[in-house]
Design a protein around this ligand. Sequence first.
Ligand code: PGA
Length: 255
Amino acid sequence: MQSKLIIGNWKMNGSLARNETLLVGLVTQCCAGRAPAGAKLGLCVPYPYLMQARDILRGSSIAWGGQNVSQYDAGAYTGEVSAGMLQELGCTYVIVGHSERRSLFGETSEIVASKAKKALSHGLTPVVCVGETLAEREAGLAEGVVVGQLATVSAVLQGNLAKAVIAYEPVWAIGTGLTPDQETIQTMHRVIRVHLTAELEERHRVTIAEQPLVLYGGSLSASNSKAIFSVPGVDGGLIGGASLVLDDFLAIAQA
Ligand code: PGA
């Protein structure tokens, strides 16, 4: 069985002291045998804490990454952080197109696609988030919205899409404590896989073995993760709130 990928997204949370407790705790627990056998772990932290994460996680089995990246290489883009900078700090992953970036900061699927492309060109794995709002789901548009978001990214990444990670995150499940039922998750993961297979195998002749992982995200917790990770097609999780609590994050990874 392919190991599951479990990525924490701290969002805009943390302090040097709190992070140290959490990161050292994670490394210690993983070394002490609480390392989940079938899981690969990563943490996406706020930019100012990347060096701290690198210094503590280096040499462990836990990877680190950013929560956003600029679509530009360098220059007069005040407040932006480039893929090259993330690469220099040893990042493995970078989240792109999180629904909070899309809804609060106006990121379109075109911008998300160019960020993913830039990340890949610097050897980073973009974790591309897709997902529908509640209104879109209630209007029967969920699958169309998700495929539309994916299609823009696929058109830009082409065969390199195989090197990305996709995270299906229904917007209404993020931070709300609500999760879709297992059938809904399975259906959407199947829709995503069908799209990826068509893009990669049929259009770009990339074999299925190289297909991207598809994670689920949205209110994953210690209590629901086992059930959600057992859903066919779910290759792991993107975890927000619970990644800030050592025992919860470890419990999810062990699930
Ligand atoms: P949540 O966030 O686990 O707190 O719902 C998930 C995410 O936003 O990636």
